[in-house]
Design a protein around this ligand. Structure first.
Ligand code: NAP
Ligand code: MG
Length: 482
């Protein structure tokens, strides 16, 4: 197993592929069949320290001296290289995290698209002039933070690399990336492509390893000026605490319990594919998955029946078979999901998908499950499951729909299905959510669309132009010239 010809046991530090300082390694498993894939570096605090100082050196020298136009061209080169390697990147992701090939390929295209978007945006980021007292000229400068730390999860490695590393590099920062131990291969491949795009040494460093070791070292490092994290709420809290020690800004994207609200006047047939796909895409291991389907009582039976029909055709199987769902990322994640499913015993099980008969024994498969109930405070209606599990809940009127939609501690994504224009506007205002979709869900995941949450979903925004504000700091310059 050599992603793009490189040794997966290595870290990329200061432009070189190097062995981890302590000579220790972690084992990667293919979740589709449980077989051993390869060894990756178990990076330590020492590797992180080397990576952070390499990033600092790049920032203080060649990378820090680049113009926005030069950064734009580096990112455009990287985009071309990603597209040239689409098949290999998609295959790597499929065997590493169990993503069906079509979904893995979509992630490669998204990664390339992030590079393209941020290549285009790099030289459009600018400050302002501010009218002030007589005799003054005042303006603002958008400056990079310096060295940014990126800790990403295993569910969408390429998309999250794209949105956080792409924006950070465009803004002029040098980066240190700690990918999830369960999803390292495309991060290593991306690092190799950055090397081939001739990014100056140290501009992008990648250190695989455990969260509690390499990850924690990165968030505690005094050499890091900004931290971007996507993952679980508990780790997010710890990262924010660590960052507080050094007064470093953090962007936290911590998942959700996102609702779709189906009103009495909805086009239900148009909604059904979105209602279901938003729950089962990537086997439900999606921060913006829609796990709660709120339906007006007058359409409840119809929606339940039509979703159930769709569920009965869903099949989970090996990633390379490219079915509706792959396996979950690991046996550990499968156990988490199964523990949740046991807690749904008091709910109505409306429909269950199937597992392909040829799915290997050792794979981490879970069939998708659609529940129904009336208890909005049920654990399955409150906690992020991160598996292919959705719950239907009925409501009686718009006020109750808003109350139910906002009745979790999360606030990442929400959608409403209605033909009533005024109601669309009211719902968009009232839903506590970083993104609201009207008569769709996810808007195709567009890289242009700012993304992030409130409450337990975290804070800060990535994606779109907005991300560039998060990856920069603002300097005000006031000149008195008479
Ligand atoms: P996680 O532990 O939060 O992992 C996310 C990233 O943080 C990984 O790179 C992880 O490294 C790293 N990490 C873990 N502990 C750390 C620490 N103390 N300091 C710094 N970095 C640390 O998430 P998980 O364990 O993989 O998944 C558990 C649950 O989190 C899921 O069931 C799901 O509910 C949620 N989740 C949410 C998202 C999202 O997109 N919002 C993504 C993934 C998971 P290692 O894993 O390599 O140790
Ligand atoms: Mg973990």
């Amino acid at each position: 197993m050599k992603p793009l010809g490189i040794d997966p046991q290595h870290c990329l530090i200061d432009g070189e592929w190097v062995s981890p300082a302590n000579g220790e390694y972690l084992q990667l498993v293919n979740p589709s069949d449980g077989t051993h894939l390869c060894e990756i570096a178990r990076g330590s605090a020492e590797d992180i320290a080397r990576a952070v100082s390499a990033a600092r050196k790049a920032y203080d020298t060649e990378w820090g001296a680049t113009t926005a136009l030069q950064r734009s061209r580096y990112l455009a080169r990287l985009k071309d290289l990603i597209l040239q390697n689409t098949d290999e990147l998609a295959r790597l992701e499929s065997i590493d995290v169990g993503k069906p090939l079509t979904q893995a390929r979509a992630d490669v295209i998204a990664l390339a698209r992030y590079m393209e978007f941020y290549a285009g945006a790099a030289d459009k980021l600018h400050g302002q002039t501010i009218p002030y007292l007589d005799g003054y000229t005042v303006y603002t400068l958008r400056e990079p933070h310096g060295v940014t730390g990126h800790i990403i999860p295993w569910n969408y490695p390429m998309q999250i690399i794209g949105r956080s590393i792409g924006a950070s590099l465009a803004a002029g920062n040098a980066c240190v990336l700690k990918p999830a131990e369960e999803a390292c291969l495309t991060a290593l491949a991306f690092a190799e492509l950055a090397r081939q795009a001739e990014l100056p040494a140290g501009t992008l460093n990648v250190v695989p390893g455990l969260g509690a070791e390499a990850g924690a070292a990165l968030t505690r490092s005094k050499g890091v000026d900004h931290i971007s994290f996507t993952g679980s709420v508990n780790v997010g809290k710890e990262i924010q605490r660590n960052a507080a020690e050094n007064i470093v800004p953090v962007t936290l994207e911590l998942g959700g319990k996102s609702p779709q609200v189906v009103f009495d006047d909805a086009d239900v047939d148009a909604a059904i594919p979105f209602l279901v796909n938003a729950g089962i895409q990537n086997a439900g291991q999606t921060c913006s998955a829609s796990s709660r389907i709120l339906v007006h009582k007058s359409r409840y039976d119809e929606v339940t029946e039509k979703m159930a029909a769709r569920y009965s055709s869903l099949v989970a199987g090996p990633a390379l078979k490219d079915l509706d769902l792959g396996p979950l990322v690991s046996q550990r994640q499968k156990q988490i999901v199964e523990d949740y499913l046991k807690q749904g015993a008091d709910l109505q099980t409306v429909a269950v998908g199937s597992i392909h008969p040829e799915a290997p024994e050792g794979g981490a498969y879970t069939a998708p499950v659609l529940f129904a109930g009336t208890q909005s405070d049920h654990i399955l209606a409150q906690q992020e499951i991160f598996g292919p599990v959705q719950m239907l809940l009925p409501f009686h009127d718009e006020d109750e729909a808003v109350t139910l939609a906002n009745a979790t501690d999360f606030g990442l994504v929400a959608s409403c299905w209605t033909r009533d224009g005024a109601r669309q506007m009211r719902m968009a205002k009232k839903l506590r959510s970083g993104q609201v979709f009207i008569n769709n869900y996810g808007a195709g995941g567009g890289v242009e669309l700012p993304f992030g949450g409130s409450g337990l979903s975290g804070h800060g925004r990535e994606k779109g132009f907005e991300a560039l504000y998060g990856f920069t700091t603002l300097k005000t310059v006031a000149a008195l010239h008479g």
